[in-house]
Ligand binder design. Structure first.
Ligand SMILES: Cc1cc2nc3c(=O)[nH]c(=O)nc-3n(C[C@H](O)[C@H](O)[C@H](O)COP(=O)(O)OP(=O)(O)OC[C@H]3O[C@@H](n4cnc5c(N)ncnc54)[C@H](O)[C@@H]3O)c2cc1C
Length: 347
């Protein structure tokens, strides 16, 4: 089989790359060994305009949010189903210091933050909730729906191989590569945490972190909002199902769920939520990032044979569409990839 681009991985990065390749009528083939434990299949799907306890504006939020809104709407049209919802985040303040900090941030960032005069929910859904702040717009991507529908589309067109890609079997030629029965001009790696298993990108200071989360059943919590104190509680597509997370661990023994995380989170939830909840599922995955929290995008050389779309850290849902677009534009038209994101910054 001959193709222009071989894409390794169909998480959120590989999905968006495949989308923009298809949009530009570039023939490609995706290899992805479906792994339910990959980051994209464990994530909450939140796109948040502000970050951290200090509510600092997310890197490139003013460009990323409008880009994502249009991109996910177009993706929804292509798949015939909506894959993203717009939500408001409700920040619950249990002490005056947190409320005062948020008020200061409202002055700096009124476009995304607000202290409302009227509260859109009953404060007694939460223990000790004295005041609320609003963060908007935020988006929630339905990752299971998006990934499975894009995969089904690739299957329909015979454009996916659902097996493990073994780098040892890749043969570089003058014109590109041969991999088993596939001949291609370029190869682009969107393989998330598996990047650690190859020494192709040895100069890149990778920073993998582990994230854990829980899926809960909660009845009576309005699902038009996302709720935040130290935890983030976001509604899943199924009625009364919620995702709560997540941890950010630099040191970990394995990539799987731990009893300790479950215990701590249930304890924190009991202190926060004033209505009953049931734990349905526990999730965990490794997110691949970099020390300076910028993605890894680009090609190795002007010939553009080896490409990379990875390092999305905690923000794959907002970074993947934007940088998949940049990567494809760079490949076709030679347009510039944001220097902060171009992985050749490490060359
Ligand atoms: C608990 C948790 C919560 C998170 N919450 C959010 C959130 O709310 N919002 C947000 O934006 N981000 C969130 N993230 C981060 C987000 O999940 C990542 O940024 C994103 O999923 C990375 O996507 P990716 O496609 O680059 O990599 P991955 O999701 O890891 O995808 C890589 C794909 O490549 C495949 N693959 C790898 N190696 C091979 C091989 N050799 N052969 C074949 N296939 C291969 C894997 O099976 C997988 O399908 C969260 C992460 C975690 C862990």
């Amino acid at each position: 089989m001959n193709t222009d681009v071989l894409v390794i991985g169909q998480g959120i990065s590989g999905t968006w790359l495949s989308y923009y390749l298809e949009k530009n009528e570039i023939d490609h083939f995706v290899i992805d060994q479906e792994n339910p434990q990959s980051a994209s299949r464990q994530a909450g799907g939140l796109i948040n305009p502000v970050t951290g306890r200090n509510k600092v504006k997310t890197w490139m939020a003013d460009q990323l949010l409008p880009f994502c809104l249009t991109a996910y709407q177009q993706m929804g049209t292509c798949l015939g189903t909506s894959v993203m919802d717009t939500k408001t985040i409700i920040e619950c303040f249990t002490n005056p210091e947190a409320a005062a900090l948020f008020s200061r941030r409202v002055n700096e960032n009124p476009h995304y933050l607000e202290i409302p005069d009227d509260y859109p929910i009953q404060l007694d859904l939460f223990h000790n909730c004295k005041k609320l702040g609003l963060i908007r717009p935020a988006y929630v991507v339905n990752l299971p729906l998006l990934l499975s529908n894009w995969r089904a589309r690739l299957r329909r067109f015979g454009k996916i191989g659902e097996y493990n890609f073994d780098l040892n079997q890749l043969i570089e030629t003058d014109k590109g590569f041969n991999y088993q029965h596939i001949t291609c001009k370029r190869i682009i790696f969107c393989d998330g945490a598996s990047i650690q298993e190859r020494n192709t990108w040895a100069k890149i200071p990778l920073a993998p972190t582990k994230g854990e989360a829980l899926v809960l059943k909660i009845e009576g919590l309005p699902s038009s909002f996302i709720y935040k104190n130290k935890l983030t509680l976001l509604p899943l597509a199924e009625t009364d199902y919620w995702w709560v997370g997540s941890s950010y661990e630099w040191a970990f023994e394995h990539a799987g769920p731990t009893p300790l995380y479950r215990e701590h989170t249930v304890k924190a939830l009991k202190k926060w939520l004033a209505i009953p909840f049931e734990v349905i599922e526990q999730r965990a995955a490794i997110r691949m990032g970099t020390m300076e929290r910028r993605p890894l995008v680009g090609f190795d050389s002007p010939e553009k044979k080896w490409g990379l779309l990875n390092g999305m850290g905690t923000k794959g849902c907002s970074l993947a569409p934007y940088f998949a677009f940049q990567l494809v534009e760079n490949m076709i038209r030679g347009s510039v990839i944001d220097p902060e994101a171009n992985w050749t910054r490490f060359q």
